[in-house]
Design a protein around this ligand. Sequence first.
Ligand code: DX5
Ligand code: ZN
Length: 217
Amino acid sequence: MHTPILAPSILAANHARLADGLAIIADDGLDWVHLDIMDGHFVPNFSFGPQTVADLRKLNSKLFFDTHLMLDNPHQYVEAFAKAGSQQITIHVEPDYDIGATLAHIRELGCRCGLVLNPDTPADAIVPWIDQLDMVLAMTVWPGFGGQSFIESSLPKLSRLAELRDENGGRYRIQVDGGINAETGLLCRRAGADTFVAGTAYFKAKNRKAFRQSLEN
Ligand code: DX5
Ligand code: ZN
């Protein structure tokens, strides 16, 4: 349904030289960069905030900034990330806040919006907001750290997300994030995913072009 997209996660780049990470992605001719935002509470780690996103935006006006908020209070920060240059903001379904209002707010701010599911959250959790979604991100590791191993039991969820989309006339992309390499990416693609976040496998690849082709072709 959707053409496949590789969205490298800059979390796996050198954080003292994020500009270099961004340049690698741009030089490879890719269209998307995935920005992982962590609050040290919803997930047990920190990454970077709106100021960093704004500064990266000043360096590159072309890349699509796909921003994954791993926050307990995402509704309090969507505006800051939209102003910083995010073009898509995805928010987790697990914390307690007004999800529908926050998705609507992201849209009003001129961004695409989506929901994120942790590995043990069922696909059907998105149903109340299914008409509002441009993206559903199914985590294929527990969020918080790059470089973890792919959780294979996430695969049936991808098929279910595709089924739900077809049954409900939805239009969302299906994104996977965590432990994605050429092999696990292919498994996800067969199960219905079309958007592939890769941090470690992308930045450590000996041949990034071949890696990209393995996911996109
Ligand atoms: C996990 C992040 C991921 C992570 C993926 O908390 O949401 O985007 O950077 O990293 P790899 O590809 O190294 O598993
Ligand atoms: Zn992510």
